[in-house]
Design a protein around this ligand. Structure first.
Ligand SMILES: [Zn+2]
Length: 471
């Protein structure tokens, strides 16, 4: 029997310790917070008053709101004066601040190009940026990812809840570090192996063969796991009909419209993006098929933007967070970009078309979620915040952009307990300085992050990762 190389390497890792499957609550977190306070301070009963709330359901912004949080859950949300403030509640005047649900990022890797595992540093930066749940959308080292997920849920590390992924699957000619299926039995075996260890998502990559995709989806669904793809060999329409759950990157990876494409192969040209009629019938039919088949799209605008020479500038906070090697890469790339600025115009136009495609999908009723897809100078968490600004640039109103990044993320992950600010839900939320609806950049002004009954200080978390992201 032939053993897949990646599978073999990762199996060896199991000797280093099983990831915990314990989905423990705040009790364990409390113990850890006593040791390292920046991990979070328990807040048993809070009442925010005079808050501006964008609740993640798609409803418009509400001013003058009272939000009561008891034992890590929203116990009441409503207009000031109408919501009773419980005795003993710590009263917080949230005048001038915006409350949004914690960001649920669905393309939020714990790896970056050249770095197979970004570890606790990335987790801290996600959390500090207001991201309280991540679906990692493909793991380079699944064991390390699951171990970190367990450490976070046990309160031993600060970070968002991690919905772990298995290894990537691709096909012949694809990235050799991914699983390139050798047989149906090997596919089913690999999926069984990882789901038994707590993996809930599998990602297929650009060279996946349609027949392998069908087996992956079948086995994953049997085991209550889901499949998403960065596609190329398989078209969106094909993948939707086979039963894929989600598709990443939107129009940029839609091989449905490629010129000179061979069925089942990742070839042909990407120039279709420049001429495709986004508001036309052909696109409408495809988007309707995705909606009918219940396929979500994951928007990753910030990583796309980071490759547009005219836009690819790291801001001050990003430069501070980057490890020296990552910064050197950025500077080297920046110098090269400065010589080839003309390609910026082409990519700029493509960005606008990618945005229009996502807008149309959303307007037709499709489930659009979002994720940072960290890479280049687009960092974990900061990339999610940039996504918000880009969604606004794409024409979404603030209530829609927040919904895409929170409520829709939760929906995609099948986690109805999070993603919105509504009574009864888990109180994962972010306090922002300023009015987010008036100024998109307020998404960067994170004052506090709350997750499962604990309050986190973004400044302390960011201080810890300075110069360490992408190490
Ligand atoms: Zn990615």
């Amino acid at each position: 029997m032939k053993i897949l190389p990646l599978f073999f390497i990762l199996a060896v890792f199991s000797a280093c310790g099983q990831p915990t499957s314990d989905t423990s609550g705040p009790g364990e977190v409390k113990q850890a917070s006593a040791v390292r306070p920046y991990f979070g301070v328990e807040e048993p009963l809070l009442a925010f008053v005079h808050a501006t709330v964008i609740d993640g359901t798609g409803r418009g912004l509400a001013k003058g709101q009272t939000v009561v949080v008891r034992a890590g859950r929203f116990s009441a949300v409503g207009p000031d004066g109408e919501v009773e403030i419980p005795q003993g509640a710590k009263l917080i005047d949230a005048g001038g601040k915006t409350l949004i649900p914690g960001i649920v990022g669905v393309h939020n890797h714990l790896h970056m190009p050249g770095q197979p595992f970004t570890g606790e540093e990335a987790a801290k930066l996600y959390l500090a940026s207001g991201v309280t749940t991540i679906q990692t959308c493909g793991a380079a080292v699944p064991y390390l990812e699951m171990k970190l997920a367990g450490r976070i849920s046990d309160g031993l590390a600060a970070g968002p809840d991690v919905v772990a992924s298995g290894p990537y699957f691709t096909g012949p000619g694809g990235n050799p570090q991914m699983v390139i299926p050798q047989s149906e039995a090997a596919i089913r075996d690999t999926i069984r192996y990882w789901t038994e260890r707590g993996v809930e998502w599998f990602k297929v990559y650009r060279h996946i063969r349609p027949e392998d995709l069908a087996i992956i989806i079948d086995e994953a669904h049997r085991r209550n796991a889901r499949v998403t793809g960065h596609l190329c060999s398989v078209t969106f329409a094909q993948a939707a009909r086979i039963g894929i759950d989600g598709i990443e990157h939107g129009l940029n990876s839609a091989s449905d419209f490629r010129n000179n494409k061979t069925g089942g192969l990742c070839d042909g040209s990407r120039e279709y993006i420049d001429s495709l009629d986004i508001s036309g019938e052909e696109v409408g039919r495809l988007l309707q098929l995705l909606i009918d088949e219940g396929v979500f799209l994951a928007s990753t605008l910030s990583i796309y933007e980071s490759g547009i020479p005219t836009r690819a500038y790291a801001d001050e906070r990003t430069l501070q967070a980057m490890a020296p090697a990552l910064k050197a890469d950025y500077e080297e790339r920046r110098a090269r970009y400065d010589e080839t600025m003309e390609t910026g115009a082409v990519r700029e136009r493509r960005l606008k078309r990618i945005m229009a495609f996502e807008r149309r999908f959303f307007q037709m009723g499709g489930t659009l979620a979002a994720g940072a897809d960290p890479g280049r100078h687009n960092l974990p968490g900061y990339g999610d915040q940039r996504n918000y600004e880009l969604l606004i640039e794409a024409g979404f109103i603030p209530a829609e952009a927040v919904k895409i990044m929170t409520g829709n993320g939760a929906r995609v992950l099948g986690k109805p307990d999070i993603g919105t600010i509504e009574a009864g839900k888990r109180a994962d939320f972010v306090v922002l300085e300023g009015n987010l609806a008036q100024k998109p950049s307020c998404i960067r002004n994170v004052v506090q992050v709350f997750k499962a009954g604990y309050r986190y200080d973004p400044v302390a978390l960011i201080r810890e990762v300075e110069g360490k992201i992408g190490e």
